[in-house]
Each structure stands twice: as structure tokens, then as C-alpha cells.
Design a protein around this ligand. Sequence first.
Ligand code: NDP
Length: 444
Amino acid sequence: MDYVERVLAALKAKNPGEPEFHQAATEILSGLRPVIARHPEYEKAALLERFVEPERAVLFRVPWVDDGGTVHVNKGYRVQFNSAIGPYKGGLRFHPSVNLSIIKFLGLEQILKNSLTGLPIGGGKGGSDFDPKGKSDSEIMRFCQSFMTELYRHIGQDTDVPAGDIGVGGREIGYLFGQYKRIADEHVGVLTGRGLSYGGSLARTEATGYGLVYMVEEALKCRGDSLNGKTLLVSGSGNVAIYAAEKAQALGAKVVAMYDSNGYIYDKKGIDIAVIKQIKEVERGRIKEYAARVKGAEYHEGCKGIWAIPCDIALPCATQNEIDEESAKMLVKNGVKLVGEGANMPTTLEGIAVFQRAGVVFLPAKAANAGGVATSALEMAQSSGRLFWTFEEVDAKLKNIMVNIYHNMDAAAKEYGVEGDYVAGANIAGFLKVAGAMMAQGIV
Ligand code: NDP
């Protein structure tokens, strides 16, 4: 067994029942073998063992009362994974599937993603198994207040700065921030994704989706191609999916299908994003509504069928493991040329192998969706400096960051002998900076 295999075996033995965490660690560490070979000092310093162990993990009870007076109890999590290069930074996810394994996989990914942005932010993640679907505004508010009543003591603008993720958007961040301010008595940038009137940044809402498309555009440009005239599948219909679809269409592509967790819509003329925004952002409704409102559009129950639709580019933007081996094979058979991951770990390890074998350009999540956290870091910079940049300023910085990430992971892949393997390239480029900082700071 080599060093990587030993660390992975120990991780699986010490953290049983955490399949998503095992999956993410396997993907990351396997790609780091060329780095480990060049840096034998890492093994002596047990660097990988320290890298895969969170610095701190907080688990807490979140009691709340629904509108009918019934008391509920959810689990709350904050995993502060790595602060070698900056304060912990990473989103909060509210979804019934949330457990420690999912939070740890997201936290581990976040360390490298944040490093790739080039900004001084460490990695963390948190959330709850609370399901916001179908809850009233006041139930959401009471839940967020209860969640923050515990979380506030573990976070701070220079310690840990959470943001949104699945199920946590502007409304939830507002309630969470209100409760933080009330308890801590300070109006500081302790959460990002805040509203514009209380410290938020322009372009944060759009950042992850736009950033993904900026990277796709750069990858195509480097191959003498562009988005113009391309047919796209964008899974999900939340924050990332909506703004990825919007930017792709603005650059001349046609998004023909999207989904929510019930089913997918297919609109061969190209999806009308304004209608999706109305249904999803304003009415908080189901995507099924789209087919009822737009002539010629179809709705199909279930999500998997989306990957059987022929396309040039697929942007999975909903959740982990959306594209398995079978779906990947279907996409390849139908001619997909590029896959850009908007969601975190939306492709299984087997699915990634299918794309790589077929020569599909594969842009992994930790690079391709880093635009959200990068813009969160720009929000932190504006908060600290009491500044407010224009949409164009933030958008230009975002684009520049995404183009740089693309070239850094491309260069790292070339330098370490795995040209074109952006999974390895992103892991290597992100890891080198964190590893250097950890080595410099001693055994901590
Ligand atoms: P949202 O909650 O805004 O949207 C999530 C979308 O995915 C919804 O359409 C949801 O459908 C769908 N979805 C969730 N779970 C499933 C499932 N099991 N099967 C099918 N569809 C599902 O979340 P975001 O857009 O913010 O996040 C999407 C992904 O992007 C996540 O992986 C997140 O970690 C990642 N990400 C987000 C960033 C951000 O800035 N928001 C930054 C970087 C990564 P439904 O409404 O039916 O639940």
C-alpha cells in the first residue's frame, strides 16, 4: 500500500458509514499522487492525515415550533475543516438528506476550492437536516433563529464566515444574520450572501452560475470554439442552475432542459429563463408549472431522463451524484463534448472515468463552481473596507478569477504529467498552496 492508500484505508476505518466523505477523499487524494511523489516530507509530517481530519466539528440540537404549535428538533452541523490559508469559509445546507458524511465531503472539497480562488479563505461547511420545503416564512425564521442561537458562538468575521447552499438563499441568510446581530451586537461580515441593503455584494446571487459559464467559455476558447449555437442541459433549477442558464443563453447557447427533484422540462426552442425565475424565485413553485405556461414545452416525471437528451454541453447544477456511470455513457453516446460541474460532486467516480476515457472536457466542481465562494470573499473584502463595488466591477473580478483558475489547473495538470486531467489539475493546484501553508505553520 502506498501513502495515499494507507491514509484512505485509515480514513474509511475511522469514519464508517460516511460514503460521500469517502468518495470525495478518494477522488482528491488519488489525484495527489504525483505531488506526494515529489514531496516525501509531506508523509513525515503526516500532512495527508491532518488534511483529511477536520480541525473542529460542531454538532448541535435545533429545536423550533411550527405554526400549529408542534415542537420539532433538527440536527445542526458546522465542520471547520482547515484554516491554514484563511478563516473557515463555506455554505450552510438545509436539506433532509444532510448528515455528517455530506457536510464533511463538502467541507473537504471546499478547502481546495477556496484555495483555487487565490483568495485567503480556509474551508468549512455546515447545515441541517431541516427541510425548508412547504414551510411558512415564520417557520423558516424561527428555525433560522434557533440555528443561529447555537452557531453564533462558533463563527466570526475573522474565524468562520458561512454562506448559503442548497435550501439557504437570501431569505434564510437574512434571518440568520438578524439573529447573529441581535445576540453578538455587531454588524459585521459574518455571513455572506447578505441583502444589498445590509452588507451584501452585487453579483453574489449570479456568481456561481455565471462563474461556471465563464470557465466553460474559456475552456472552449482555448480549443478555438465558443458557446454560440451550442445545445445545453442544465440540471436543477435553483440558484446555480438559473444563473448558469441565463449566462449561457446570453452568450448564444440554447438550454433545452432543466429539472427540480420531481421531474424535468424539455423545451426544444430554448428555455425561457424569465419563466423559470418567476416559478422558482418568486412563487417557490415546482418546475412542472413551466410546461403548463410555455407552449411546446414538455414535462417528464423523474430526473434521470434528462441525461438521455442529446446535447453538446452538460452542466449538472443540482446536487451530488446526479450523473452516474449509466447517465455518463448516455451523454457520451449522444455526443456531449464538455461537462462543467456547477453542483458539488454531481458526477460519480465511475461517471468521471467514462467522460475522461471518451475525451470529454471535464471541468470539476471545485474549480468550475468556485465563482460563488470567490464572490463571497469579495463581499468580505467590501465589508471590511466599508466599500460597495458596482455590478460590473464584481463581475469583471469574477470572470478574471474563473479564467485564472482554469489556467492554473490546466498548468498544474501539465506540470505533473496528467495533461487535460482537470480533476487532478484542480486538486493539485488547490492542494499545493494549502500544503505549503500547513508545512510552514508546524504540526497543528
Ligand atoms: P438551490 O437550493 O437553490 O437549488 C437546488 C436545486 O437542485 C433545486 O432545483 C432542487 O430541486 C434540485 N435538487 C436538490 N436535490 C435534488 C435531488 N436529490 N435530485 C434532483 N434535484 C435536486 O441550491 P443551489 O443552486 O445553491 O446549489 C446547487 C448545487 O450547487 C449544490 O450542490 C451546491 O452545493 C452547489 N453550489 C452552490 C453554490 C451557491 O453559490 N449557491 C456555490 C457552489 C456550489 P427542488 O427544488 O425540488 O429541491
